[in-house]
Ligand binder design. Structure first.
Ligand SMILES: Cc1cc2nc3c(=O)[nH]c(=O)nc-3n(C[C@H](O)[C@H](O)[C@H](O)COP(=O)(O)OP(=O)(O)OC[C@H]3O[C@@H](n4cnc5c(N)ncnc54)[C@H](O)[C@@H]3O)c2cc1C
Length: 313
């Protein structure tokens, strides 16, 4: 839905009047993503409190202005045309966590790597199975991020969400219907915002947890192009096969479009150089998808989430 400029400006003014959180206009979003790509948000708010989050969503809902949530931007491709409406990023009180016995409650913007380090230090195991995922707690719940060792859902108990109309509710892990790289939040449009998540972990000697983390860090360094900008894996694995293996088998490592190429180190990573655009990433994804389909009959699905206004939609 195209929003009128007047409506956006008027809504931004209401938010400036009613929120303590900073509100900006025409905010460039590339810097909030690991790809480093994408245009501007009409309105951008770093939301620092639950009260502000509830107010913002209620105001946007009644004005009919869409709200898009950004976590750590490690699994999104933002259009070069940017995002219409309001983009929010959680901050402030959403960036804190508490540990109570084996239970950990973390705000939606807490970095998963920080949480893993702190819980390991406290002798709590479980979250290290998603070690290496560079996202926030909210983004990891939304994506059910995971690795070969485990998924976010394994230790999740429930999440506090704020619904699009500004009301809070609690969703249990079962409510979220989590499976490989999937949670029910992905089907909800507009989706609620994950404000907090509660995890239940196991007690274990902290040096044992840390040594697992160190091993996994080494394996990642060896197999992933971590010194390039990317969003991790572009495609989900089809069934029990590996998207990276299929792309490699089709001889597509090094294939490029503009300044975006299929990594020579890990075929499911697209890496970008100076001058890359989001449009190039999409074109390259389409070419890879077509070549894999022609050669193997398998259609790969994007893991990365497309955000914003795309010319073909
Ligand atoms: C180098 C690299 C390695 C990676 N390795 C892995 C891996 O091993 N396994 C894996 O699963 N992923 C991996 N990823 C992808 C990514 O880190 C995960 O998908 C992560 O969960 C995304 O979290 P984020 O906070 O960055 O979310 P974003 O990328 O900002 O957002 C992703 C989606 O979640 C939604 N979202 C974000 N925050 C919230 C919230 N608070 N409430 C509601 N919705 C929200 C967004 O709207 C968007 O649709 C990798 C990425 C990189 C760059």
């Amino acid at each position: 839905m195209i929003q009128s400029t007047d409506l956006i400006t008027e809504t931004a003014q209401i938010l400036k009047d009613r929120l303590e959180s900073p509100v900006s206009l025409r905010e460039p979003l590339a810097k909030y993503t690991t790809f480093g790509l994408g245009g501007c948000a009409d309105v951008f708010v770093n939301v620092g409190t639950l009260v502000d989050l509830r107010t913002l969503l209620a105001v946007a809902f009644s004005a009919g202005v869409p709200v898009t949530v950004l976590g750590d931007g490690s699994n999104v491709l933002i259009s070069d045309l940017g995002v219409r409406g309001i983009v929010i990023k959680l901050a402030g009180e959403f960036n804190t966590f508490t540990i109570d016995g084996r239970e950990v409650e973390a705000g939606g913007s807490v970095g998963m790597s920080r949480l893993i380090a702190e819980t390991a230090r406290a002798g709590l195991a479980g979250l290290e199975n998603v070690y290496g995922v560079p996202g926030s707690v909210g983004g990891c719940v939304y994506m059910n991020a995971g690795t070969r060792y485990g998924w976010t859902s394994d230790t999740l108990v429930d999440v506090l969400v704020v619904q699009p109309d500004g009301k809070e509710s609690l969703m249990s892990r079962d409510d979220l219907e989590m499976s490989y790289r999937h949670s029910r939040l992905q089907q909800m449009n507009p989706a609620p915002v994950v404000a907090r998540a509660r995890f239940r972990l196991e007690s274990e000697d902290s040096s044992a947890i840390r040594s697992r983390i160190a091993e996994r860090a080494k394996a990642r360094q060896a197999s992933q192009p971590l010194n390039h900008r990317s969003c991790g894996c572009m495609f989900t694995n089809p069934g029990s096969d590996s998207a990276g293996r299929l792309i490699d088998e089709c001889g597509l490592k090094g294939l490029s479009e503009g300044s975006v190429s299929v990594s020579g180190k890990h075929a499911n990573f697209f890496v970008t150089d100076e001058g890359a655009t989001a449009a190039d990433v999409r074109k390259l994804a389409e070419r890879v998808r077509n070549r894999v389909r022609e050669r193997t009959g398998i259609t790969l699905d994007l893991e990365v989430r497309l955000l914003g206004e795309w010319p073909d939609e």
